[in-house]
Design a protein. Structure first.
Length: 294
């Protein structure tokens, strides 16, 4: 399922970070982490948290760190001393009056200096501990968004099951006519091959065997059972994605068997073919959606 969650945290005045999670559809759990190389020790803890809370989906975790710098101002003593010495020497040599201008001195290139100090180990430890605390509520936020999508997905799957059940019922209503059509066609072919001199009772027995082999009542019954089980799994919640996927494979197998038994009959048989293909189309749509379900 798709989802997104993000949190921004200030660890201290000089250190902050943004932690984000994004998930998209995937058949299995595929985790990708994007974190600074200086925090690689945190990777195993983050992977463990993700695997404990998520079952399926392509999940991307991104940790962006914002570090400030501590600056202290200073001046170039050698440069300033040299300037003052030159000023005093010129004043005495030429019998001048006046005092050196400090503002002018400090505007000299290189007169002022700053000392930038990077983060210490304590900051890194504080950052690691903060991320470990924030990952749990962030995962909860992601799961809430995924749950909202799951509710919409459940409605889509129920609608698909409704259409699938309608197609199954349509075939069930046509089944008696199809059996009659099948028997008539076999009778006509046998008469054409043997003439009118044949054992009609024996013929009917053979026809009955063939009709029984072409009976789709078991496929329809199993299809209805699968539909009912599918609805139960949707209502039960939890980790049902793989079970639903397996049920859809079974449904597709029943639809294929139904089509193989009823193909080539013509008349009402054409309508059954249409309904069988409609079943397969709904099953395929549902299988695409199931990839989003845990």
């Amino acid at each position: 399922m798709t989802g997104f969650a993000r949190v921004q945290v200030r660890v201290n005045d000089q250190l902050g970070y943004t932690l984000s999670l994004k998930s998209v559809n995937h058949r299995f759990l595929d985790v990708q982490l994007r974190i600074p190389s200086s925090l690689e020790a945190l990777e195993m803890e983050l992977r463990r948290a993700l695997k404990e809370n998520l079952v399926r989906g392509h999940v991307e975790l991104t940790l962006s760190v914002e570090r400030g710098t501590q600056q202290s101002a200073g001046y170039n003593r050698e440069l300033v001393s040299g300037y003052l010495s030159a000023f005093n020497a010129a004043r005495e040599e030429h019998a001048l009056t006046g005092q050196p201008d400090l503002n002018a001195i400090l505007r000299l290139p290189g007169a002022l200096q700053t000392d930038n100090r990077g983060p210490c180990d304590d900051d890194t430890n504080a950052l690691t501990e903060s991320v470990q605390r924030e990952i749990v509520p962030l995962l909860a936020q992601l799961k809430v968004m995924r749950a909202r999508e799951g509710e919409a997905l459940e409605a889509i799957l129920h609608a698909s099951l409704d259409r699938l059940a309608e197609a199954v019922e349509g075939v069930a209503q046509l089944r008696p006519e199809i059996e009659q059509r099948y028997q008539e066609r076999l009778t006509q072919r046998l008469i054409a091959a043997t003439g009118n001199e044949f054992n009609r009772q024996r013929l009917l027995e053979e026809v009955a065997v063939l009709v029984d082999r072409s009976d789709v009542s078991e496929e329809l019954a199993r299809m209805n059972t699968h539909i009912g089980h599918f609805r139960e799994l949707l209502a039960g919640g939890g980790e049902a994605g793989k079970k639903l996927d397996f049920l859809l494979q079974e449904m597709n197998r029943e639809a294929n068997t139904l089509l193989s038994k009823t193909g080539g009959l013509g008349g009402k048989g054409t309508r059954i073919t249409e309904l069988g293909l409609a079943m397969k189309a709904e099953i395929e749509k549902a299988r695409e959606q199931i990839q989003n379900v845990e």
